[in-house]
Design a protein around this ligand. Structure first.
Ligand SMILES: *Cc1c(COP(=O)(O)O)cnc(C)c1O
Length: 359
């Protein structure tokens, strides 16, 4: 059976992307690879119309967490003082990365179901002791889309730089790149961009690379090394070549759809269909209306139903959904509508939801 992946990445691939991934064998020390690398790097900036004079997209092998750890460990100078804003698993992951790399940091912690308390952030920033803020854009734990534009405004007021985990939003949500304090975003090929797993990237302002940590905190994850080599049509280590082949195709498909705005509209439409169907079946969204991303929604498990029976019922019908995390594991489940999902798939999904939740 072919499963539709409704988990938050990896996603169901289009036929074009699946074929592109294994299209050819490519040595990463040949000009054909470097031309591909250049096209993918500029394609990633193109998703948000970012100027190549100011912005660099740096590719590296690994999952989204590699990009996140590379951004944090490279772009925070040795004397940085970091404020981490947490309202879910991925915010907590940022703190864990800071801890491991010996970065001087404080945390503003929220309940996982709460939005960012901007007043608390403003209070903390007014102490003037921070040089950087790190936050998650789409907190996939609950599906919440954090208000990064408002957070960036607070950072602007204090002249503090902002590092963003945009792993589950790059390619489908608005990112306030026009804010001069937003210096870097970590992201991955295999979520909203519809590529294959194994390739991730950091989009950052060039000046942030020039001010990177010295001496480096890591060999593999030091972004200036990757950026310098990639600028010179080289690569420091073996890149996930097939990941680049797939992402090039995925970026072309995204551009043909009409870039991130079209993908946003498409995801919103699919997520809305799922939400209306589930609400009619008595299944309540976890968050208030308007708080979720277009990428993923979290729902409360109906009384008397377990995640396992819902998951298994949908899997039998060809759909993979996702459990809650941590303390929310017994209370909720998540459905993402990323990936190559056709109208026919949606019809089958809505029928499957109806069967599984009404029995
Ligand atoms: C998926 C995700 C990550 C990275 O997870 P990996 O398993 O390392 O790919 C990081 N942050 C957010 C918000 C995510 O959704």
């Amino acid at each position: 059976m072919r499963y539709m992946l409704l988990n938050p990445g990896p996603v169901s691939l289009s036929d074009g992307v699946r074929k592109a991934a294994v299209k050819t064998d490519l040595c990463h020390r040949e000009p054909e690879y470097f031309a591909l690398q250049d096209r993918v790097r500029s394609g990633l900036l193109g998703v948000y119309d970012l100027e190549p004079e100011c912005w660099s997209s740096v590719l590296l092998g690994g999952s989204g967490t590699t990009a996140l750890e590379a951004m944090m460990s490279s772009l925070l100078p040795r004397d940085a003082r970091l404020l981490v804003v947490e309202n879910g698993v991925y915010g907590e992951r940022i703190s864990r990365i800071a801890e491991i790399h010996g970065i001087d940091f404080s945390v503003i912690r929220h309940e996982w179901t709460d939005p960012i308390d901007l007043e608390r952030v403003a209070d903390a920033l007014s102490s003037s002791e921070f040089s950087h803020v790190a936050a998650v854009h789409h907190e996939t734990t609950t599906g919440r889309l954090n208000d990064i534009a408002a957070l960036a405004q607070l950072c602007e007021r204090q002249g503090v730089q902002l590092l963003l985990d945009a792993v589950s939003s790059y390619g489908a949500e608005h990112i306030p790149f026009q804010s001069p304090v937003l210096v870097a975003c970590a992201a991955t090929a295999n979520k909203c961009l519809h590529g294959i797993p194994g390739l991730c990237f950091v989009v950052c302002r060039k000046h942030s690379l020039a001010n990177a940590a010295q001496p480096p905190r890591s060999l593999y994850m030091h972004l200036p090394l990757w950026a310098d080599k990639q600028d010179q049509q080289e690569t420091p280590f073996t890149p996930p070549v097939n990941g680049l082949l797939a992402l090039e195709q995925a970026l072309q498909e995204l551009a043909a759809e009409g870039s991130w705005q079209a993908r946003h509209a498409h995801y919103s439409q699919l997520a809305g269909q799922v939400k209306r169907a589930l609400t009619a079946l008595g299944v309540e969204p976890l968050l208030k209306p308007g708080a979720s991303s277009c990428v993923l929604n979290a729902y409360r498990l109906p009384a008397g139903r377990t995640y396992e029976e819902i998951h298994d019922g949908l899997k039998q019908r060809g759909f993979i959904i996702y459990a809650g995390q941590g303390s929310l594991v017994a209370e909720m489940f998540r459905i993402s509508t990323m990936g190559d999902i056709s109208h026919y798939d949606m019809e089958r999904l809505l029928a499957a939801l109806h069967t599984v939740f009404s029995t």
